[in-house]
Design a protein around this ligand. Sequence first.
Ligand code: ARG
Length: 596
Amino acid sequence: MFIELDAPASVRKQLAKLFVEALNATLPTQSDAIVPLIDACVAKNGIKPADYQCNNAMSLFAKIKGKQQEFINPRSLGEGIMRNLPPSQMVQSCSVAGPGFVNIVLSKNWIAQSLQRMLTDGIDSWAPRLPIKRVMVDFSSPNIAKEMHVGHLRSTIIGDTLARMLEFCQPECLIRRNHIGDWGTQFGMLIAYLFEKFPNPEDVNESDIGDLQAFYKASKLRFDSDPAFKLNAQQSVVKLQGGDPKYRTAWKQICDVSRTEFNKVYQRLGIRLEEMPESFFNRLIPPTLEKLEKLGLIEDNEGARVIFVEGVDIPLIAVKRDGGYNYFSTDLASLWYRLNVEKLDWNIYVTDVGQWQHFDMLFKAFRRAGWLPKDPNEYPICTHIGFGLVLGDDGKRFRSRSSETVRLVDLLDEAKRRCKVALLERDNAKDWTEEEIEKTSEAIGYGAVKYADLKINRTTNYTFNFDQMLNDKGNTAVYLLYAHARICSIIRKSGKDIEELKKNGNLVLEHEDERTLGLHLLQFTEVFVESCSNLLPNVLCEYLYNLAEIFTKKFYSSCQVVGSPEETSRLLLCEATLVVMRHCFYLLGIDPVYKL
Ligand code: ARG
């Protein structure tokens, strides 16, 4: 867990409050504060003993053994805790099971009322709060001229979701930062090549360097094969970094071509980002290094200026042997800026796991300098969120057939194209307008790419496979979006005004499957807390998938909605399901589909 969220709407938290009282009343002399251990019960062979259980009795008994005579074993301690549970509308019944678990069955009226209140107050009334004010998620952050690859797609998708999850907790400030790599030595080579091809910079059209990857390759070929060109390239870097206007213009031209390409991806995926590129920090590198120098952190190492950090053999290279700066130098300056100018409490970096050591060393260097607290639980904190590789069907790094890296725009277009074909093949295709087809295939296609990525634990590698992610039966966005559309059509068919029902209708949970669905909905907050405090979107995906399954396979298969005596209540339950589902879609960056 990275952070503790305050979540008054969480059922677990509310039960924990009751149990704090019960535990203190049972063992008033226990000097250490007792933290209640509350878990949702899991079904064994399809049967759940209760909704929640308190697991304190076993470990507590070991502590008080022999000291408090009235408790002869953990079970009798469990019974004592149960007797001391203060009366509450939440609880229907409780019992002690096995060695001393205190089992809780929640009151179905309380569940129903809680859901109804959420329908009136909105899902924001369930939002937890962060213990800090200013948060940044550094994500996407592709490099100019080196095409945005699938790794950046993962960073973009995961980072956006994390930003949305944190935003839901309403921090005072949340920054979505694009730390674009626009300042490497590759620019010397690119500019030298550009001038070779177009001696007159005014003649350059964006389209001439439109395929930046090909342009990069061609210039690299010149760089590796011609020593005179190589020298020219190296001098170009110096001129660029020295601020020569001609070189700055060429640099900007190249950057703009890349940006156009990045924006196509962001636009398709609905991603908002605020750019602060590496070049911005260039002027901050010397003063940052000077401060570190004064603190005595920087030493000489075979001509390079380096910092050694705890537990790592290799040093962090702050200045290269040739006097140039690198990725580390920029991150030293940018982190200094984030802590001291932007005054962030939490700084989250989303990149592939391969960069783990880079960030480990960066944070350790800052701790050594006293710029980050020694105690990692004190604020400000820095967190590196790593993710695994994207693999192709062959189990190797994902590449297109020509073994080039895959263009992200093409990949997204392909997902949309396949969805469009599938929509047009449906019997009711003629009932759809052109615009509906376009919008829906985008929502499903892009949603599928996002969900396939988010549903697996981010730290593992994942296999990119269109057929799998676009399957309408498995755990995919297609299945989930269809489930959502189906619930919308139930409400439409009823012909009832939901706003009216919310005001005057009554939600009750009589049938067992209504109760199961209602409880799952109410558990949204605690699942969200788990997902957000560990920065693991897959936890939220699993919840969403279970929600769709419970609705379809349990509730909807056993409870008639439209035309039944319980219609009003069941429509409200459908609406609550839609609200929670849509909120999950929102957090995952997926556009909902209302019609199928
Ligand atoms: N541009 C880097 C890459 O493509 C990611 C940058 C991440 N952010 C940072 N502050 N280092 O690998």
